[in-house]
Every structure is written in structure tokens, then in C-alpha cells.
Write a protein that binds this ligand. Structure first.
Ligand code: HPA
Length: 268
């Protein structure tokens, strides 16, 4: 673990307390408000040297450490995307810090476009797998053999099972599917969407995949849930824009929050 991560974890413990964190949550576009519901301490990313600036509107750039439904969580109110800096490993330090704080699981959330008619705007999808269609990798440049990370069951089967159980218990519809990562920041063309749909992707977005690779590299269990904010390009007449993403995210976010809260409440 980098010295920087150890130092930051010590700094965070000094304000938030020593109790080990169990789960890390990364919040996507339009989901930042969940950070405000944690009973704990909020630390602005700006106070954590090396943390990303999380400059995308709709994100909440604080790390909040505290209690949510009886589980000690570290909530990353904003994330860095590859498209902001050209760095695929922009979330490496925050995830190293998460590991250092004691967590064994990372759950990422994101806004995504859907390629499936039965998964319309406002629905949510638990990722069963991904396609790294960007070809980029956050571990490029890593020198150790640990870089050869196996990616079978990258989305932890047991955690997914528990998330689906939480959805069922709260009567919340949650699909399962494959997420394809395009780098962004431009949205995809209809031809690109047809291509990934043909290859087996159910939803598309600009995040999460590098974080899941980094989480597995660090030995964290990973899971992720998408809120569907639009049908992907060419799939409907819906207009695709970041404004639209932010406007639509709350519909799925409410469902996602219901599932997450139940998952945490049943967590032991
Ligand atoms: N494409 C990529 N990223 C997204 C989309 C999309 O259609 N919707 C929300 N995030």
C-alpha cells in the first residue's frame, strides 16, 4: 500500500474515529445525496491530498465516513472519470485508502444508458459482468505481478445475491446485466451502441469498470448498480445529454437507495 494511502487513512481516522470501515460506496451522477444521509463525518476531497477533484456536476466531492443502517461505511460522494484527466487510475488512491480503512467490499453506483427495452429509464440494474470496451486499464504501468488480476466473478456472486435478496425483500425491481464501458465524455453513436448490444452488453456508461478492476487488484470484493437514465443512443427518440442524466437519475436513485439500505440493514 502506498505511504500516501496509509497517511490519508490515518488522517481520516483522526477525524472520523478508529472503528474499521466495512463497506465503501462510490456514488454516481445524481446519487451524491446518499452521502448526506450517513451519520458520520464529511471530509471534502480538497482536504485529502491526491484525491480527485470530482469536477463533474451532479457529484458531491466529499468522503463521508460513518454509519448507514448500522454498517460502518465510507461513502465517496464523487468519483474521478478517465475522461476528466486521461488517467485510468484516477480512483486508485481513494480505493487504496478504502482498503486501508479496513473495508473488504466496494459497491459502485453509476448512471447508464440502457440497450434493453425491458430496462427503461428509471429502472436499476445490478451488474453481473462488464465489457471493457474502452480498451483502457487502470493497472497499466503497475510493475508487480499483482497486475495480472483475474476478472472472473469480478462482481462478487455472494454480494450480488444479497443485493438481489434486498431488492426482493423491498419489492424493488432490479434487473441484472452486463455493463459496457466507453471512455466518454462524448456519448456513443447509435452504431457503437448496436455493436456493444450485439456483443452482449445490456447497459453503457463512462465509469465503474476501472474502479472494479482496481478493487479486485486491491483484494476488495466488488459490486455495482446502475440507474438507467436514458435509452442508449439510437434506441429511442429520447434526447441524451448530461442534463437529462441528472434529471432522470433521481427516479432510479430512489430504488437504488431502497435496495442499498436493506442490503446494509441485513448485512453482518
Ligand atoms: N452513455 C454513456 N454514459 C451514460 C449514458 C449513456 O447513454 N447515460 C448515462 N451515462
Amino acid at each position: 500500500m502506498s505511504k500516501n494511502a496509509k497517511d490519508l487513512a490515518a488522517q481520516i481516522r483522526a477525524t472520523a474515529g478508529d472503528a474499521p470501515v466495512q463497506i465503501g460506496l462510490i456514488l454516481g451522477s445524481g446519487l451524491g445525496h446518499i452521502a448526506n444521509e450517513v451519520d458520520g463525518v464529511a471530509i471534502p476531497y480538497g482536504d485529502l491530498p491526491g484525491f480527485p477533484h470530482a469536477g463533474v456536476s451532479g457529484h458531491n466531492p466529499n468522503l463521508v465516513v460513518g454509519d448507514l443502517e448500522g454498517v460502518r461505511v465510507a461513502v465517496f460522494g464523487g468519483r474521478a472519470h478517465y475522461y476528466e484527466s486521461g488517467r485510468g487510475d484516477a480512483m486508485r488512491l481513494p480505493l487504496e485508502v478504502l482498503k486501508e480503512l479496513g473495508a473488504d467490499t466496494m459497491i459502485a453506483t453509476n448512471a447508464a444508458g440502457s440497450m434493453r427495452a425491458d430496462m427503461p429509464t428509471g429502472s436499476i440494474m445490478c451488474l453481473s459482468d462488464h465489457i471493457n470496451f474502452s480498451g483502457l486499464n487502470p493497472l497499466i504501468g503497475e510493475q508487480t505481478d499483482a497486475r495480472f488480476v483475474p476478472m472472473k466473478d469480478a462482481y462478487d456472486p455472494r454480494v450480488r445475491e444479497r443485493l438481489h435478496a434486498a431488492a426482493q425483500a423491498t419489492e424493488t425491481e432490479m434487473s441484472k446485466g452486463v455493463y459496457a464501458w466507453y471512455s466518454g465524455p462524448s456519448f456513443e453513436t447509435p452504431a457503437e451502441i448496436r455493436a456493444i448490444a450485439m456483443l452482449g452488453a445490456d447497459a453503457v456508461g463512462m465509469s465503474t469498470v476501472p474502479e472494479v478492476i482496481l478493487a479486485r487488484f486491491l483484494g476488495l470484493k466488488a459490486a455495482a448498480i446502475s440507474t438507467i437514465t436514458n435509452m442508449a443512443a439510437g434506441m429511442s427518440d429520447e434526447k441524451i445529454s448530461h442534463e437529462h442524466t441528472k434529471a432522470m437519475a433521481p427516479i432510479g436513485a430512489a430504488k437504488l437507495e431502497t435496495v442499498l439500505r436493506r442490503f446494509l440493514a441485513d448485512y453482518s
